[in-house]
Design a protein around this ligand. Structure first.
Ligand code: FES
Length: 116
């Protein structure tokens, strides 16, 4: 299961990665969160977070072109849903991690699944 948005808050640890004025509408930033590269997108005022690693061949998917809630991997063109991480087109067949994002005050926080 790669869509961590489906986890409850008791299974997540929220980490502050930026303030809201650091990721404007249409922008993205990539963060190293405990060794994992996670990209946060602001799409029309809504935030999405996905792992910056394509499931096809480990490409930097977060550098791809965004259209609506979809992103296209710059390496071979696979498309993913930004909200769920779902692989939408070949050559990717495996979803990528998608993380819940919340805003507390002016802090953007990503929900990271807790270790078992
Ligand atoms: S590495 Fe992303 S489509 Fe191939």
């Amino acid at each position: 299961m790669f869509n961590y948005r489906q986890l409850g808050d008791d299974q997540l640890e929220y980490v502050t990665v930026a303030s809201t004025d650091e990721i404007s509408n249409g922008e993205r930033r990539i963060f190293d969160v405990a060794g994992d590269l996670i990209a946060v997108f602001n799409v029309a005022g809504r935030y999405y977070a996905i792992a910056d690693m394509c499931s096809h061949d480990d490409g930097p998917v977060a550098e791809g072109e965004v259209g609506g809630k979809e992103i296209e991997c710059p390496r071979h063109g696979a498309r993913f849903n930004l909200e769920t991480g779902k692989a939408l087109t070949l050559p990717a067949v495996v979803d990528i991690p998608a993380y819940p994002v919340r805003v507390v005050g002016d802090e953007i926080q990503i929900g990271i699944p807790m270790e078992d």
